[in-house]
Design a protein around this ligand. Sequence first.
Ligand code: MN
Length: 720
Amino acid sequence: MIRQYQLVEQVRAYDPSTDEDALNKAFVYTVKMHGSQKRASGDPYFSHPVEVAGILAGMKLDWKTIAAGLLHDTLEDTLATHDELEKQFGKDITRLVDGVTKLSQLEVQGAAAKQGENFRKLVLAMSEDIRVLLIKLADRMHNMRTLHFIKDPEKRQRIARETLELYAPLAERIGISRIKEELQDIAFGELYPDVHDSITKRMATLKEDNENISIVDRVINDVKEKLTEGGLPDADVYGREKRPYSIWRKMERLHVGFEALADIVAFRVLVENIEQCYQALGIIHGAYRAVPELFDDYISNPKPNGYRSLHTTVIGPEKRRIEIQIRTHEMHEINEMGVAAHWAYKQQTGAAKEGEQYRWLRQLLEILENSQQPEEFLEHTKLELFQDQVFCFTPKGELVALPRGGTPVDFAYAVHSRVGDSTVGAKVNSRMVPLNHVLKNGDQVEIMRSKKQAPSPTWERFVVTGKARAHIRKYLRQQQRDEYSSLGKAMLQKVFESEGATFTEKGIHGILKKFKSPADDDLYARIGAGSLPAREVFYAIFPGLKDKKPVESEPVSVNKASKGVAKISGIPIRGLIPGMALHLARCCHPVVGDRIVGIITTGKGVTAHTIDCETLESFADMPERWLDLSWDSDSVAAAEVQTGRLSVQISQATGALSALTTTIAKHDASIVNLKVVGRTPDVMDLLLDIQVKDLRHLTNIMAAIRATEHVFGVERVKGK
Ligand code: MN
């Protein structure tokens, strides 16, 4: 275990801003808090956070990250509290420890929660500061190094699988291949000990040689000689064994065994700058025959995680196929250490100023977001994908990914359209929320359902997923179709009646084919929606009547035919065909007591206007579209409030507006909309929508307004 003074010395050497006292204090604090707790290895528990801090120091991370590494288990496993940490070590360090603790708690989620890529994205999204993830990875690294101390084989395997599926890909995502590879190999050895062993043995035999010097060394010498001759005497050349896990993956992927040196060793050439990379490539391609299809230029086209290098495969010395990777020292450092390397580089060049310290991180994230090589890592979608997403859980722990801004309704439809259609309410983290509540990462969402519930048109205003929107629209369309269908049937019956003919279902069935309608409902709906004139259908059944003079000019009597009372917003209206969609016109805002008339509108159903509404003039020569409507006086008392529109002119004096609103409030009505439509130095012209019980209520209010101080005039607004 690394000693306290060694750790502090090591950090201070690369991070001059180190607060030695604080780092020492964190060391002592973690030793004290973990006290006599023990690891599975029998070591004192505090050896774990100290080793984690050592791993982070090896990555040359800033001193605050090292301090947070020392403290990373204190919140979860000791009596330490958030407040106490903040008092002792400040906000930054506490925030990091807090983030690591949250990630650790996620691990406790059931197996169903861990659905591969989604879960990885959740972890990334939750570690808003990438240093949180770096600490978590160092934590996992040390736990994997000491995995063999755990006695329960099932627990070992679970941890190994989680490492392989979650943490190794995360390490790869942020470019830290050194950690990725070590995690993968320990996990691989745990999960598939036999395969691991046989691959390791096979690698050893391939590298062996009968002569005094190994094949690998002979190749290195040969390549180095060629580079020196070509003018690059300072290039570093070495052979790097591939990891058993990556060999195994390749064998699985390509269904091949491994035979050639290129399968187990990659030779690396490290040079000073990019020009030398291409120069080295030229020398190597000049000296050996290249395998063209195995050349990759990741310098011009970096991998999504920032990896840069030239890869080429040549027939090398002794006719052996060898793979050579060419890169600069800086690229190499970044390829190995990913985001962590950037920090070290900034420190070295002294470019890091207070506050700018993490600009590299933003820059790297930008590079990751903007790079376009999805084929590189099929399983690794671009970073921006999860930045636009939130991840929530069902009560059973299943993970549901939604676009940012997603609501419980989106969540419900994402689970199943039947769940969406029957949603009545939602609980987020056990608390009731409105259905338009915006969900956050890690929320647990419980949907309350009722069979009686139906999708509401208001949902369409806040849902963000296409699936939810499509289902809501589909339901509303079906509902509208039903309305059109009963309206169309009634319209057709009216025509039959006016022609003195008897309406029969049988007659309708006989002509369905002619209009290419699959069912009578469909035919009625087309009539109701206005796309098929009712009279045309009638003449199809009685072609002989077509030559007769049309009857449009005769008044159509609908009162006899339609005795139904429809209720719209609780307003009883006589004269309406049951099932017909009714709207109160927005131009004249009829209220109970007004004389009203209905207009059948294409694609809309029936709109009720006041008898003196200007809009009616445009329907003067279309009597077939008129319906006589009246208020059902028997149940008017039970009617709900409705909206009347007034035009009011008041003075610009202070208090004029409040006098007006007070008058309206005193009469038990509420203003639902107020708009200033004109202004002169003396007069303000207002448009008011107020909710009233009926015409008498409205008339009373108008009288009261007229009597109010500062009011010049008031009148009903009807028509456009
Ligand atoms: Mn830990």
